[in-house]
Write a protein that binds this ligand. Structure first.
Ligand SMILES: [Zn+2]
Length: 589
């Protein structure tokens, strides 16, 4: 493979950042948005059913046209943020995007304001059927939305209020650097580098790294206290203004999951904490420790790690999809053969990994930072799963294209399961099998149990803040209590874990997001179990689930694959799969 084969070919979208095609698109949007506004502003309520559908279609086409250059700019910037051309284009697009959304915001608000009678009439109009879920999505916030001028005022004051605290949190946390001795040499680390030492073989290094990381946050306890208290106070006041009953309700409405279902999900999870404790005891045994400390949870269980070339990795991932369904294999293979993947790490390239689905008419792209580890292999399988989902749901229109949030991780996590299963089934070396199983089990623990601990903590934080200011000792107390439920006597929490709550950015950036991970992981485990039981018969339903994109609610989408998420026994099935993996590990541990 040549070097350029490992970089994505953005010419599939536009020939170049200075091309006429791109300029023509970008130059047309202000006028298009102004025309749309002139045609519909303050007129939506008066439109008849077919005129409403025509307006939504026009709005959708406009969004689709805008998605192409904006995504193109995002891809260029992600691949090389050091380029002045890419930076200028990205900045231009974000300013243009903000201008356009201000122009178009009225349309959502007017759709939300349609009377119930108007909405019922549209619902029974057959040409509107592709847009009903979209309309319901907008209208479900109707009882919690304020008048337009009040909304605008809130948005404006947020800039110096809650968003200022968010920014302070980000800037403070990103400013930290850490000095620690490693291999006899004093070195400087970023937070991310320090946390990656939790995978180090030495127990002392793991302990030191985690302690140093947390204590640094503790030194800035005054700031974190202000950030957390004000975030919670702000949310509490908004709950009151918008008439929400509980702090988690806005998130649940957005996710289209009833409050009781979320509570049930967490209760079943808590009832299974014993499984995590069982695993932690097994792992302590493998590490020859009496008891794990929470800095040891990700310690490696084998001395040597296996490494892969990219060609090997690509083949293994494609084969694991192909084994499930030849068509899936071909879709995943096309990302590589059509050069829609940017593979290697480079200076100026964005870190991590992502998959980008643009619109039903354009090919999705993947970004990786491949270094050859087993974890990287799982990342390819994960992002390829997102990519596959984007391709299969291209039968939908743009407004129904993206899967609802709780289902957005279905194909990616399912793909990782396919990979793990294939690796386990083809691996004869017990040491590597053990590493594979531990990695998978730890992954599941992190995305289910830990996320429930985080959500319970978050709920208590918000609820107590409605009563009054919380001291850092009180915040730590709640934090340690919720963690202790998970760890029991199987894991000892290190003293610095007192500050463990302070660095978790989900609390600040996306309130109550964490349970979505639990939801997604358990759904996938249940789907995977169903696949193992039913074989071929499972596949058409799973395909229908992916194909449906965002056309239906999460419950209705899952039903396409024969899964009833409202069934009280459903979540337990996921934990039964985990119990099976732990039993498998016990046999070889
Ligand atoms: Zn993902």
């Amino acid at each position: 493979m040549t070097k350029s084969d490992l970089m994505w070919n953005t010419a599939l979208l536009y020939p170049a950042p200075d091309s006429q095609e791109l300029e023509a698109d970008l130059g047309s949007f202000d006028q298009l948005a102004a025309d749309f506004r002139r045609t519909y502003f303050e007129k939506t309520a008066a439109l008849d059913d077919s005129a409403i559908v025509a307006a939504i279609r026009e709005y959708e086409n406009l969004q689709a046209r805008m998605a192409k250059p904006f995504c193109y700019a995002h891809l260029l910037f992600a691949a090389d943020s050091g380029s002045d051309v890419n930076r200028a284009l990205s900045q231009r697009c974000s300013e243009l995007g903000s201008r356009l959304s201000q122009q178009l915001l009225f349309f959502d608000l007017e759709l939300m304001e349609l009377s119930d009678e108007r909405f019922e009439s549209i619902r029974s109009f057959s040409a509107a059927s592709p847009y009903i879920h979209f309309l319901e999505g907008i209208r479900k916030f109707r009882p919690h939305t304020l008048k337009e001028n009040e909304e605008r005022l809130l948005t404006r004051k947020d800039l110096t209020g809650v968003r200022a605290f968010t920014k302070l949190f980000d800037e403070l946390s990103a400013s930290f650097s850490y000095q620690m001795e490693l291999d006899g040499e004093m070195r400087t680390f970023t937070g991310e580098e320090l946390l990656s030492l939790l995978h180090h073989t030495s127990p002392d290094v793991r302990f030191q790294a985690m302690t140093l990381f947390l204590e640094k946050h503790g030194e800035h306890g005054i700031v974190y206290n202000a950030v957390f208290n004000n975030m919670a106070l702000d949310h509490g006041q908004e709950m009151e203004l918008r008439h929400y009953n509980t702090p988690i309700q806005p998130t649940n409405i957005g996710n289209e999951i009833p409050d009781e279902a979320v509570e049930h999900l967490m209760q079943v999870t808590e009832a299974n904490y014993g499984l995590a404790q069982e695993y932690f005891r097994i792992k302590a045994g493998m590490l020859k420790m009496e008891r794990l400390r929470n800095c040891d949870i990700y310690a490696p269980v084998a001395e040597t790690e296996r490494s892969f070339t990219f060609d090997e990795a690509r083949k293994i991932v494609v084969d694991s999809y192909r084994e499930f369904d030849p068509a899936f294999g071909s879709i995943v293979e096309a990302f590589f053969s059509e050069r829609r993947v940017d593979v290697m790490p480079r200076t100026g390239k964005s870190g991590g990994a992502f998959a980008m689905g643009i619109s039903p008419d354009l090919p999705p792209f993947l970004l990786l930072n491949f270094t050859g580890t087993l974890r990287d292999l799982a990342t390819i399988a994960h992002e390829a799963g997102h990519g596959l989902h984007f391709v299969i749901s291209q039968k939908q229109r743009l407004l129904n294209y993206h899967a609802p949030l709780p289902l957005a991780e279905t194909a990616s996590v399912f793909g990782e399961m396919l990979l793990t299963r294939r690796l386990l089934d083809n691996e004869t070396d017990p040491v590597i099998r053990r590493s594979l199983l531990c990695a998978k089990i730890e992954d599941i623990i992190a995305t289910t149990f830990r996320q429930t601990v985080l959500t319970r903590f978050e709920l208590r934080l918000h609820t107590e803040r409605t009563v009054g200011l919380l001291s850092n000792d009180r915040i730590a107390e709640i934090w340690l209590e919720e963690n202790a439920k998970l760890y029991g006597d199987a894991v000892e929490m290190i003293p610095a874990y007192h500050w463990g709550w302070s660095y978790i950015s989900h609390f600040i950036h996306s309130r109550f997001y964490c349970y979505s991970y639990t939801f997604a992981e358990l759904l996938v485990l249940a789907l995977f179990q169903k696949y193992r039981e039913e074989g071929e018969a499972f596949k058409p339903g799973y395909h229908a689930l992916l194909e449906s994109g965002g056309a239906l609610s999460p419950a209705d989408t899952a039903r396409l694959a024969g899964i009833d998420i409202t069934d009280s026994g459903f979540w337990q099935k996921g934990y039964d799969v985990l119990a099976g993996l732990i039993a498998e590990l016990k046999l070889i541990a």
